[in-house]
Design a binder for this molecule. Sequence first.
Ligand code: SAH
Length: 373
Amino acid sequence: MQDDMSGRTHHNAHHGIVENGRTHLRDLSLTELREFVERLEEPRYRYRQLVSWLYEKLADDFLEMTDLPMSLRETLGRNAEVSSLRGATMQVSKIDDTRKYLFELRDGKFVESVMMRHGHRLTLCISSQVGCPMDCRFCQTSKGVFQRNLKSGEILDQICHLKQDCRDDADKVNIVFMGMGEPLLNYRSLVQVIGTLNDADGLEMGSKRITVSTSGLPRRMKNLANEGIKCSLAVSLNATTDDQRRRLMPAVSRHSLKDTIDAARYFAERTGRRVTLEYVLLKGENTSYEDAHRLGKISRKGPFKINLIPYNPGRDPEFDTLSEDELDRFIQVLLPYSPTLTVRRSKGPDIFAACGQLWNQSLGHKKEPAEGT
Ligand code: SAH
């Protein structure tokens, strides 16, 4: 049984079954994985072995699972798959070792993920959708056509693939849902993924190490607070008035700033976790003296912290970036309001791996420009 967003429940017997009739194991919740093993009429401890190969030892193939009898490995090979990713290419930044991955999915569509190093910490930036329907003016992902939600298994495959690549540092991994897509529009899959990340049988990661970043869907932010899963929330505020937000983030601005901030406060109060307000600095659009004051006041409306993000120009930038001096002046106004203020420095500039730059131009899924432009 599974709940969907409308609150109805329905049987989902074929959950995780892919077109070729094989079950994608990372698409199953851990409860469903347990049931899958039971249906194979194998001893119960096989679940433990299998789950450890999937999420701890990060196997690519059933043949690697050497503590399973060969006959079982063959049965699994016929009926199931470990990963849904068909191909992966990686680019490494010469400047800071940031890695950008391009994955081919089963249906020939592509998504990108990024692995960044901050000292001893590793951050995996994961996609939740192929493309994004939100149409935020400053974000490169909105230049491509939105195609579909990712399945839970496809999200976990990205994480497992990147983790495989950094085995030595695996205990210092953070996951941020800040890649392509609006995670809260793929709500059920997101919640299932976080459940697996939290679970001691899965990746055993707590709320400090998992961040969901949303453009701001108030009802779903509140739902997420009520799920009883462990994750942190970041909200891409990016404006201090409703008018500004309508210009910069047209799709999400049908929700007022007030409702967005109320939902952020609800999340913080319900979970006991401070919510991050993200703010992309777009020179001349949202960076005035008044904006800094208004942002400061907003930051006092709840247990919030502010993360300023200097604008990352894409290949054809539509906004200007603040100079260091201008950034400093903005911060000086803001600081008295908000002592927990951070600035996000972009990574991997030479491979276009920074926030808002994920969208692979070679794929040809470009939106047609409107007539006359
Ligand atoms: N849809 C989600 C997650 C993906 S965007 C969201 O909106 O939060 C992740 C972050 O990158 C958001 O805070 C977004 O505002 C920011 N971002 C998008 N384009 C950017 C750009 N060109 N420069 C800097 N940050 C950008």
